[in-house]
Each structure stands twice: as structure tokens, then as C-alpha cells.
Ligand binder design. Sequence first.
Ligand code: HEC
Ligand code: HEC
Length: 189
Amino acid sequence: MLKNLPVVAAAIGLGARVALADAPAGEKKAELCVLCHRVDNSHGAPILDGLPVTYLLKQFEFYKSGKRFGPAMQTNLSPLSNQDLQDIADYFSSRPATRAVAKMTADRQAQELGLTIANDLACAHCHGQNYRGTKDVPRLAGQPRVYLAWEISRLQRDSSLHPAMSSSGRPVPQPDIEAMATYFGSLEP
Ligand code: HEC
Ligand code: HEC
């Protein structure tokens, strides 16, 4: 995807000599990843399809350096070259966003509570309309509920990862996190 090239080049510091990211090559290189990162996954792994290239590359670096803990990613990403990482990011990013599961048990009350809390905290300010993400900010809509709850807690614990989360200075209580996760997970990606 040529349009992503300057961003990718800047993200990994290759400057003008960057090789083209190659999504079809990435598909092959991502064979192990999709064992877990697929729509019908049973691992509760987040859906990578349609996430921004810059976001994916940044998470790859976090896993490789140990800043983000994830043994499956550490093992599978460590042997890969920068070209491989670019190809894999490009492959996932070029795919249409899908939801984690076809059907989710509707908990209307939790969804409405989550909507209210997310509005109060202005999460959509950056995460795009209906939480579908932007070209730089990851989408939250349709990700697995369990992953979202876990991830919001993680980001909140280390404010350097997500300064916006605790802009009010007060931690978001766990029941509010659960409600937001239910709400985001229920949205169409
Ligand atoms: C054994 C299952 C498994 C395999 C194989 C696996 N992952 Fe993951 N991945 C997960 C789980 C579970 C999470 C969520 C928890 C975490 O961060 O550790 C995750 C999280 C991620 C995230 C963070 C997504 C986000 O929205 O922040 C990225 C990026 C990622 N994986 C990329 C990869 C890539 C690329 C590969 C292949 C090289 C891969 N994973 C292989 C299970 C797996
Ligand atoms: C000022 C902009 C901004 C606001 C406001 C914001 N976010 Fe984020 N969020 C981001 C960015 C940027 C990232 C990607 C961080 C990175 O690059 O590592 C992110 C990442 C995330 C992720 C990780 C997604 C994934 O795939 O793992 C979650 C979950 C999240 N935000 C939840 C929230 C919630 C909940 C709120 C409201 C309390 C919120 N965000 C408010 C900018 C924002």
C-alpha cells in the first residue's frame, strides 16, 4: 500500500531507502499469527484486521523490547526482520475491519452504562466516530469484550502508554471499565 509508505518509513526510521511493504507477502508471514488472531478465535485475541499500520508497528516494537508483555508475540515477532514486520502490518491493516464474534449476548444495561461513561470521558474524541478508529488511532468497536477490559486496565495502570485515559487524574473504576468494554465490543466495526 503505497499511501502508507511515508508513515511506515518514519516509524521504523529507514528514510528514503525503505523497501515497499508487501501485503501479499505479509499474508504468508502472518500464518502463525492468524492461528490466534482470527475472527472465530477462541483465545480472546484482538482482531488486527484494519488497525492502523503505525499502531501495529509500534506494538510490535513494544512486544520485542518487552515493554508490552505477550509471550506469543515475543516468540513469533523476535526472529522477524523489519521488512517482515512491515509486510505483516501492511497485510493486517489492508484488510477490512471485522468483529470478534458473530453474536454477542446483549446486555443492554451494561451497554448503555458503557456509552454514558465513554461519553463522559470523551473517548470518542480520538477513537473516531462510533469508535471505529482513525488512520492513527486504533478502533475499539467490535473487539473482544474480555480483551478490551483487560487492555483498558493495562493502559490505565501505566499512564505513559495512554496519557489520555486518566486525564481527569482519577482512575476509572473496574465496573466502569467492564461496562465500556461491553459497549465497545457491541459496536459494529
Ligand atoms: C497463541 C496465540 C497468539 C499468537 C500465535 C499470536 N498472538 Fe498476538 N495476541 C494474542 C493475545 C491473546 C493478545 C492480547 C493480549 C496481549 O497483548 O498479550 C495479542 C495481542 C497482539 C497485538 C496487540 C493488538 C492491539 O490491538 O493492541 C498485536 C499487534 C499482535 N498480537 C500481533 C501478533 C502477530 C503479528 C503475531 C504473529 C507474528 C501474533 N500476534 C501471534 C495471541 C496471539
Ligand atoms: C487524546 C486522544 C485519545 C483519547 C481521548 C483516548 N484515547 Fe485511547 N488511544 C489513543 C491512542 C493514540 C492510542 C494508541 C496508543 C499507542 O499508540 O500505543 C489509544 C489506544 C487505546 C486502546 C488500545 C486499543 C487496542 O487495540 O489495544 C484502548 C483500549 C483505548 N485507547 C481506550 C480508550 C478509552 C476507554 C478512552 C476514554 C477513557 C480513550 N481511549 C481515550 C488516543 C486516545
